[in-house]
Design a protein around this ligand. Structure first.
Ligand code: IP8
Length: 265
């Protein structure tokens, strides 16, 4: 069982500040992950089942987005400015360090994997070879990747979003489940109620807005589109749903295309 979990920028950072980790929320998330994927569990004593393999991806929040905006870099608009690479990638590395350290403190065998050094974009398509991540998983590590800048043919570098990473990793690793943990309890309808299941974008196109804070990689609409393109069921939930997701439940909104049978309905 392989799970890809994204901790959104709104979970790990204070999105209204500049380059500020949200320590309280990050620790809460890390504790939830540690309770299921902690080191003591992964060592195994021969009597308990092997824990599921977990890959963590985190977003940029107040680290990646302001610096990307400063240089005018998005997922489709690139730059050849080497300062932009150092600044945007550097900001994301700082955040990644905080996320990995906090997960490690919570007992998770977390290790950093930088998309800048391992992924690239050609013809607009982001590619993240999964070989190294798969090898780390097989060795009992929890790889932690992050939104980043990546080499882009003809454009220098562009931003890669955590959602793009989730898609590539879920496909490359043939993952069984995907979780997107952000600051909303799910995809919301017009009345603010959580939509339990989404099977097609047209069903929800009119109710999806964009993120209020600076977000160069798009808000909920982009997330839903990305998730529907996956061949893997994905749950969208907030921190309150994280324990349930890690326990194998489907908190928040379950987004799964027509390949997926919703309990026989
Ligand atoms: O927050 C974007 O990742 P996201 C990362 O998952 C950068 O969209 C560098 C803006």
């Amino acid at each position: 069982m392989t799970t890809v979990l994204k901790l959104g920028g709104s979970v790990v950072t204070d999105k209204e500040a500049v380059e500020q980790v949200d320590t309280g929320r990050l620790e809460r998330a890390a504790d939830a992950v540690g309770a299921v994927h902690g080191r003591d569990r992964s060592e195994g004593d021969g009597t308990t089942p092997e824990p599921a393999e977990l890959v963590v991806v985190h977003g940029g929040g107040s680290f990646g987005h302001p610096s990307a905006e400063r240089y005018g870099v998005t997922t489709s608009d690139g730059t050849h400015d080497d300062s932009a690479v150092r600044d945007i990638h550097g900001a994301m590395r700082d955040l990644n360090r905080a996320v990995v350290d906090t997960l490690a403190d919570a007992g998770v065998p977390a290790v950093q994997v930088a998309p800048f050094s391992t992924g690239y974009r050609v013809g607009g398509e982001f590619q993240q070879p999964a070989g190294a991540v798969a090898a780390l998983l097989a060795e009992g590590f929890v790889p932690v990747l992050h939104g980043d800048v990546v080499a882009t043919a003809g454009q220098g570098v562009t931003v890669v979003s955590g959602d793009e990473l989730v898609t590539e990793l879920a496909e490359g690793l043939d993952a069984d489940r995907v979780g997107l943990c952000s600051d909303v309890p799910g995809v919301l309808d017009r009345d603010g109620a959580v939509i339990e299941r989404i099977q097609a974008f047209d069903d929800v196109a009119d109710v999806l807005g964009e993120s209020a804070a600076t977000d160069v990689t798009g808000g909920m609409a982009a997330k839903v589109r990305t998730l529907l393109d996956l061949g893997t069921p994905a749950s969208v939930f907030d921190l309150d749903g994280l324990d349930a997701f890690l326990a194998g439940e489907s908190p928040g909104t379950l987004v799964a295309g027509s390949y997926f049978s919703y309990g026989g309905e």
